[in-house]
Design a protein around this ligand. Structure first.
Ligand code: PLP
Length: 406
């Protein structure tokens, strides 16, 4: 498989208006036309390279879109004001009232709430299924189904979707496969593996500095143009447009994505291995014990590792809360949702990012209340982090002294 995403991003050259090595930021909401005819043609969608109004497109957003298209190897990409802005636009572009969606049952809480609750308004229904069981996925498809939706590595349970296999299935039924690749940029190239549309929350690893929310849709030129059609494009008409200044700052951060992902993965693998050795209940796709390990190995770009996310089940919500508070006091990171920051972030998804999922369903999924999701940071000395984490766990009785192998 051709995994040249970071080279493709690196090869992009943008010349600023005054020859700068950074593209100039287009700080304008509207654009002048030299003739009224050109303005009319632009509304009709007939003029390449003409800007109309910044909700439709702007130079800075197109630059970031180009980098996102290179990341996934798709023809095109549109950027959005948030990951949910991108996801909701894709879904509403593909589905009409009465339609049906087949979706993984372990997905981001916001996406789950959108599909399960919000889409009721439009009489669009969703079957939430075990995405790793292809028979179940296929049997859930009915005559109204309009798409298969999943996350490459799921939030928060880190289930790994077999994108190749799902792509064959979706092709057989002539359905688009939509993959959220927020957890695994560069590590997994979802489009190359057969996803038709790849969505990202840029808020996480891609921006990597936890200073804004943003999203992207990577897909064919036709689909990206359809999203911004002035007459019926969900992106254009729902209006979750990214600001130019933000697009420019995210583009700058993308230049270090390849270095950051390697470090996040290296640190996460180290901690996961240590925790497992101590007999803790750790889940990480890089561990052989992880049910998605083989699938991940078969579809990942080994250079970038198994990603920066791991989960640890410490048995109860009280213990999880106590451990997180203590780790924060010891400056190991922040008790905060989100991921992809330079510092380690931890939260208990059952009562935070997945609280949209009813308790019984959480239990069915294996999302226990003592589960902590870690987004491992860019620590230079991860062994030191590990020693302090283990000290916290000993104090709280999560680990006993005799399991010490240090
Ligand atoms: C955060 C997240 C989203 C939503 O993105 P926002 O930028 O917060 O709107 C979607 N999918 C996954 C997997 C996420 O982690």
């Amino acid at each position: 498989m051709d995994y040249k995403a970071s080279e493709r991003i690196q090869d992009l050259q943008y010349f600023g208006e005054f020859g700068g090595v950074n593209p100039s930021i287009s700080d304008s909401s509207t654009y002048t036309f030299l003739s009224a005819k050109t303005m009319f043609d632009t509304f009709e969608g007939n003029t390449e390279g003409c800007y109309l109004y910044s909700r439709h497109s702007s130079p800075s957003n197109l630059y970031l879109g180009e980098a996102m298209a290179q990341l996934e190897g798709t023809e095109s990409a549109n950027v959005f004001a948030s990951g949910m802005g991108a996801i909701s636009a894709v879904i509403l572009q593909l589905c009409n009232s009465g339609d049906h969606i087949v979706c993984s049952r372990t997905i981001y809480g916001g996406t789950y709430a959108f599909l399960k609750n919000f889409l009721k308004k439009f009489n669009i229904s969703t079957s939430f299924v075990d995405i790793t069981n292809l028979d179940v996925v296929e049997n859930s498809i009915n005559k109204n189904t309009k798409m298969i939706y999943c996350e490459a590595i799921s939030n928060p349970l880190l289930e790994v979707a077999d994108i190749n296999a799902l792509s064959s299935l979706s092709k057989k039924h002539k359905l688009p496969l939509v993959v959220d690749n927020t957890f695994s940029p560069l590590s997994v190239n979802a489009a190359q593996l057969g996803a038709d549309i790849v969505v990202h929350s840029l808020t996480k690893f891609i921006n990597g500095s936890s200073d804004c929310v943003a999203g992207a849709v990577c897909a064919s030129s036709d689909f990206c143009l359809a999203l911004k059609d002035v007459n019926d494009g969900a992106g254009m008409l729902m209006g979750s447009t990214l600001d130019s200044l933000r697009a420019a700052s995210i583009l700058k951060n993308m230049r270090t994505l390849h270095i950051r992902i390697k470090k996040h993965s290296e640190n996460a693998l180290y901690l996961a291995q240590q925790f497992e050795r101590e007999g803790l209940k750790v889940a990480y796709p890089g561990l052989e014990s992880h049910p998605g390990h083989e699938t991940m190995k078969a579809q990942m770009n080994p250079e970038y590792g198994f990603g920066g996310l791991l989960t640890l089940d410490v048995g109860s919500l009280d213990k999880a809360n106590a451990l997180m508070e203590q780790m924060q006091q010891k400056k190991l990171g922040y008790l905060a949702v989100s991921l992809g920051f330079y510092k380690t972030l931890f939260s208990a998804p059952g009562t935070s990012t997945s609280s949209e999922i009813p308790m019984e369903e959480q239990e069915e999924l294996g999302l226990s209340q003592g589960l902590i999701r870690f987004s491992i940071g860019l620590e230079n000395d991860i062994h030191h982090t590990y020693l302090i984490m283990r000290e916290c766990m000993e104090q709280l009785g999560i680990l006993t002294n005799d399991s010490a192998l240090v």
